[in-house]
Design a protein around this ligand. Sequence first.
Ligand code: GSH
Length: 230
Amino acid sequence: MTKPVLYLGSAWSSSWSVVGWMACRLGGLAVEERTIFLSRPDSPAKLRAISPSGRVPALHLPDGTVLWDSLAIAEWLWERDPACAIWPRDPAKRAHARCMAAELHGHFDEVRNGLPMNLIKRWPVKDGLPSHVKLMNRPGVRTGTERLEAIWRDALARHGGPYLTGEAFCFADAVMAPMCSRYVTYGVELAPESMAFIAAQMESPLMRAWRARAERQADEIGREVVLQYP
Ligand SMILES: N[C@@H](CCC(=O)N[C@@H](CS)C(=O)NCC(=O)O)C(=O)O
């Protein structure tokens, strides 16, 4: 192995893969990317072969080191080059960015499970009602969403936007972007400031590049398959 290898899951649905991939871009690390499609009969065995947790992203370094968690990948990249774009240069902004990334990394399972990421799907209106109403009423989805909106409000008030710590997109945004995509997928209407923040996250250069990858995979695999999973 001459280059580090970054193992990723399905682009349209693997939210943590987005995070690990963005971390490598922000950290300026050139990697060979390999995709393991999730939810195929042989996926669990393939995942266990490249990651002790059986999860992606996983970064394999040429010296044999394996980093199998997105936050660990980000911190390793920042230690390697503290001038990189993973965290803001300003210590107060960096502390805030780390808090937001850690909170997102450790919590919000209800929102993740209640509104699964799918960058291709757009949720239908059924019986004249947008069916996200039911999804938003799943336990913990509304309170999780309220907490997210509070994080966005606070960050925008403190640093002026458009991203969480101001002008520069950092690792906290990388963790946030897949979260934001869920409200687009399910057509959930939030406060106007939240909708503007979500739009900025969806249109960042890194998110646009990842969304293009999801579109390419959907064309290759078949949109009908991609729309069904998750
Ligand atoms: N805490 C981990 C979470 C990784 C994770 O849950 N990855 C999912 C894909 S988004 C996975 O590999 N799931 C295995 C499966 O679907 O079988 C990280 O930050 O990297």
